[in-house]
Design a protein around this ligand. Structure first.
Ligand SMILES: [Zn+2]
Length: 258
């Protein structure tokens, strides 16, 4: 299998996977969503809450806040030297103390580590005048298969589009050019050319518009375009790398069991 980066922008990355097959592509997608560990709030101790949201709802909202994760420094609680009691190697304790009137955001949660901080800009609760909130939250490593709050982002893939024009049948009528919703086809010197094939969504509108049946649209099942969009807990490339590591770990376990 070969992997190439097509596009990188902010929290998302577009990858091209070559010399693969659909089961590999799907295994990678599933591993990225459900096997890659990230930090998320698992326990909340509420000392004071006079906001309009009751404690359970607030704790649920806190649980869904993505937290920047450094996998090299953190252990799973049950695998940690503290034997699950919770220590600095497996538990990140965040604190929050706010008084209204104001909107409390995810970045108001104070982290003891400047590299392990909540992703900014997520509103948690609106406090009225004099309303107070004081709490402590413990974030631990987990996996998306256990709870969606540990998913590192969203991942999708599509088969690499292949659009072929049969030059003998094509009358250069231009129907397909008008039919393409993404405007990827152009008429040039009496023949149809495809521009930016990777943006094709395989909708087949061009093939349906062609009365001569000169166009064929198919997906190449050995090449896949992945779109990985991180929620901020891990860089998008790291999500892919970590998923590969998780798959190889599983394979090694399988070999040792056999
Ligand atoms: Zn520990």
């Amino acid at each position: 299998m070969d992997v190439r980066i097509l596009e990188e922008e902010g929290r998302s990355v577009k990858l091209l996977l070559e010399k693969a097959n659909p089961s590999y592509a799907n295994a990678l997608r599933r591993a990225m969503l459900s096997e890659v560990p990230t930090l998320a709030i698992e326990e909340v101790i509420i000392y004071e809450n006079t906001s309009s949201l009751y404690d359970e709802i607030l704790a649920h909202r806190l649980g869904l806040v993505p937290i920047r994760t450094d996998l090299k420094r953190f252990n799973f609680r049950e695998e940690c030297v503290c034997k699950g009691k919770g220590c600095a190697n497996c538990t990140l304790t965040l604190t929050l103390e706010e008084e209204g009137p104001k909107v409390v955001y995810s970045h108001d949660l104070k982290s003891p580590d400047p590299e392990l901080t909540p992703v900014e800009g997520i509103p948690l609760v609106k406090l009225g005048r004099g309303q107070r909130l004081r709490l402590e939250a413990e974030a631990v490593l987990g996996r998306g298969k256990e709870h969606a709050k540990w998913q590192p982002g969203v991942v999708g893939y599509k088969y690499y589009p292949v659009v072929e024009v049969d030059a003998e049948r094509c009358t250069a009528c231009g129907e397909c050019v008008d039919a393409c919703p993404r405007e990827l086809l152009v008429l040039e010197n009496g023949s149809v050319e495809v521009r930016d094939i990777e943006s094709c969504s395989l909708c087949r509108a061009c093939a349906q518009a062609c009365e001569e049946e000169a166009l064929s649209v198919r997906g190449d099942d050995t090449r896949f375009i992945f779109t990985i969009e991180s929620n901020g807990s891990l860089p998008a490339k790291e999500i892919f790398r970590e998923a590969c590591r998780e798959i190889s770990k599983k394979a090694e376990r399988m070999v040792s069991l056999l």
